[in-house]
Design a protein around this ligand. Structure first.
Ligand SMILES: Nc1ncnc2c1ncn2[C@@H]1O[C@H](COP(=O)(O)OP(=O)(O)OP(=O)(O)O)[C@@H](O)[C@H]1O
Length: 255
């Protein structure tokens, strides 16, 4: 299944947030969305997930989700959103039970997603016993458990320190390489974008418009932070972002 956004524009009262967004999220690819603060990245993600509707334009789901998908769309948030009073496995089972999955199948799914996120030994742990990186792995395991057609990730690594972030990026690359999923990944961090994105969508300052879509052909599992081509791409993205941020500052001063 892929997502298509057609002519999406939106205002909150007098505040124009997004303008004329046309975008395709292809199946089996990760699309990163970057742009200056407040340009509408999270709003766009909420439209994709159906949590809100745009004033204008449409968000379409084209094709069908995987046959055993419980939720076509699922989120991973920056703050993990785990239930502190439930153990790791119960943070996952609660979602599956909601879908009426029987006990044996539930157990098989939990075994699988915990193994994929390297959390098998921590299934009986409480969230408070886990580091930030592990909590986010639980949130990723929970998202994978419903076998979503599209995983929507809103700055999932930005609450973590840089080493943990690097490790989790590796984990995401391994997860995707073993079983490609469709993902939309909002981030401020351009090194995350060039590490994880097949496409990087650069939004302008508010109202967010697409200023460029950068494609990276290097397979995810062959990307290396020292790769000169990735470095060039990251620099190019930074040049675009800086120009927008400077223009936004100037507008504030002039206003
Ligand atoms: N429900 C809402 N009601 C009113 N204004 C909103 C609402 N949600 C977001 N906004 C405003 O819309 C603009 C875009 O917000 P959004 O969170 O989508 O931007 P963003 O690019 O994700 O920002 P950041 O990079 O800082 O996380 C901001 O000015 C924000 O204050």
């Amino acid at each position: 299944m892929e997502l298509r956004l057609e002519d999406v524009s939106h205002r909150y009262g007098d505040l124009e947030v997004l303008r004329d967004i046309d975008l395709r999220i292809p199946q089996g690819k990760i699309v990163c969305i970057v742009g200056p603060s407040g340009c509408g990245k999270s709003t766009l993600l909420r439209f994709m997930g159906g949590l809100e509707r745009p004033d204008q334009g449409r968000v379409l789901q084209a094709g069908t989700p995987p046959p055993d998908s419980l939720n076509p769309l699922t989120y991973v948030f920056q703050d993990f959103a785990l239930l502190p009073w439930r153990r790791v496995e119960d943070n996952i089972s609660i979602i599956l039970r909601d879908h009426g999955i029987d006990k044996d199948r539930c157990r098989a799914i939990i075994d699988d997603v915990l193994a994929r996120t390297k959390l098998t030994e921590f299934r009986r742990a409480w969230p408070r016993q886990l580091s930030g990186g592990m909590k986010q792995r639980v949130a990723i395991a929970r998202a994978l458990a419903v076998n979503p057609a599209v995983m929507l990730m809103d700055e999932p690594l930005s609450a973590l320190d840089s080493q943990t972030r690097d490790l989790l990026m590796e984990d995401l690359v391994t997860l995707w390489s073993r079983q490609p999923f469709t993902g939309v990944y909002v981030t401020h961090n351009l090194s995350e974008a060039v590490r994880l994105g097949h496409q990087i969508v650069v939004l302008s300052r508010r109202p967010g418009r697409i200023s460029e879509i950068v494609e990276i052909d290097t397979p995810l599992d062959q990307r290396d932070a020292a790769d000169p081509q990735l470095e060039r791409t990251q620099k190019h993205l930074w040049t675009l972002m800086r120009a927008e941020a400077e223009a936004a500052d100037k507008e504030l001063l002039d206003g």
